[in-house]
Design a protein around this ligand. Sequence first.
Ligand code: NAD
Length: 379
Amino acid sequence: MKEISFRTKIFIGENSLDRLMKITSEKVFIVTDPFIEQSGIMKEVTNRLENKDNDYFIFSDIVPDPPIETVAAGVKAIQEFGPGIMIAIGGGSAIDAAKAMKDFSIKLSSQQQAMKFIAIPTTSGTGTEVTSFSVITDEVNQVKHPLVADSLLPDEAILDTTLVKSVPASVTADTGMDVLTHAIEAYVSTNANDFSDAFAEKAVQLIFDYLPRCYKDGNDLEAREKVHHASCLAGMAFNMVGLGVNHSIAHVCGAQFHIPHGRMNALLLTTVIEYNAEIQGFFTGGQSFAAKKYAQLAKIVGFPATNSRIGVNSLIQHINQLKKELHLPVNLRACGITKEKLLASIGKISEAALIDGCTPTNPRKPTTKDIESIVEKIL
Ligand code: NAD
């Protein structure tokens, strides 16, 4: 038996940020990064809180891939301020850090009081506004830890397209590929079901149709909205059924080599698809579960897929074409990682990726050797 539930209320469309005007007489703790605080985006939030007898505090020390120390500083600030509501506004880094801060501060408090949590993503990538995940970085050991708990699920998510207009093209490309990786990994997860497939299929279709438009013109609001929705849909898919070894490796390599999360996922995606599909020679029958699912996905989004082999290959070709359009690096070398640097840490990477929380739902059970071979292929 499997339970499917969606706890987060999602607000979309024009003026969705006005949802914040419902907040009255509250102490509001806002978590964000320095860019969002200094840009006009923060004013969009505070303008809606002022004149409603609210008191707010802005914690804006978030850096990409937030470290444990930042979470600890946020917990201390929460304990001092004593908020009734938290608003996390920013990319995945700000929202994930806020989720962890909220969870730890409630656990440390003797009152265990409920604190409402509103997530407002300003990138279209992680889907964290609807997931029970929070990825926190251990900078000393250079590893990212995905925390997973129902208590990390936001109560509300506000998807306001105007907030993502300012995302630079390179971040649009990285985060968009994160969406595609979420959807594809959820689609071939060992837990995948008709419900998660529906979300994943739509997300993949929207990414292929609209991500290149967002990349070329950040002010294309129709495309921005579609990709913002795709990010949330993919988040709903993987929150239901988990991810796979693409994310496991990305968590370790991203922290080790300081490569943005979405870009790291993009570097791995087609190699992981090849690994999971296990397409052998020219034989087209009796293919793996993953090969069949990749081919089904290719067919649904309109790529050639007369059999599993053709479907897997056309999905890979279209992903490579998309990466080219987004000017994404083709390999680790193009990100400045040398062979020596990779070999020095490959053992640690494969061991950490094998025990990452995303590995158990991968369609093919990897060994450390398999993971090493995937990583060597993307050098
Ligand atoms: P990010 O939050 O690190 O932001 C990337 C950059 O974009 C930052 O410099 C930020 O200031 C800037 N930015 C954000 N919004 C902007 C805007 N509107 N205009 C201009 N610049 C803007 O990047 P991300 O990809 O959104 O999040 C990555 C983090 O999320 C990683 O730590 C990753 O591991 C984690 N993650 C979490 C989940 C989850 O379910 N919790 C899923 C995937 C990834």
